[in-house]
Design a protein around this ligand. Structure first.
Ligand code: FES
Length: 131
């Protein structure tokens, strides 16, 4: 990844939160960076950090399940995309996401919340009206 900093030293703001050996693909774990509770999710070689508290009723998403690109809440099974935090059906309902980077075997998170990017590609584009 190349989100800033050299290959040896991450840029300021990046916080080491885990070792790559701590999480297998498809797993989720609780982490904290700069006092923000988060979950770290691994999907193959891709790593994601999202807010830990579910936006529905506050369940702990570190107890959730990762499946097919979604983090599934353990309480009522709402599904959130692991890459954008967007809810499966209502993408305007989003978890906050955070940037991640890998340096060697260390996993870093930038605790600055990223604006969620809801996927609205499923919405049909209405036909244009002709005058
Ligand atoms: S608390 Fe997460 S879906 Fe209800």
């Amino acid at each position: 990844m190349s989100d800033g900093g050299s290959a040896d030293t991450p840029a300021a703001g990046w916080i080491r939160v885990a070792s790559t050996a701590q999480l297998a693909s498809g797993e989720v774990m609780a982490i904290e960076a700069a006092g923000r509770p988060m979950v770290l999710v691994r999907d193959g070689d891709r790593w994601f950090a999202l807010q830990r508290k579910c936006v529905h009723q506050g369940a702990d998403l570190s107890d959730g399940i990762v499946s097919r690109g979604f983090l599934i809440c353990p309480q009522h099974a709402w599904k959130f995309r692991i890459d954008t935090g967007a809810h499966e059906i209502s993408p305007e309902t989003c978890l906050v996401t955070y940037a991640t980077r890998i340096e060697g075997t260390d996993v870093y998170v930038d605790p600055t919340p990223r604006r969620p990017q809801p996927d609205l590609s499923w919405l049909p584009i209405p036909p244009k009206e002709t005058p």
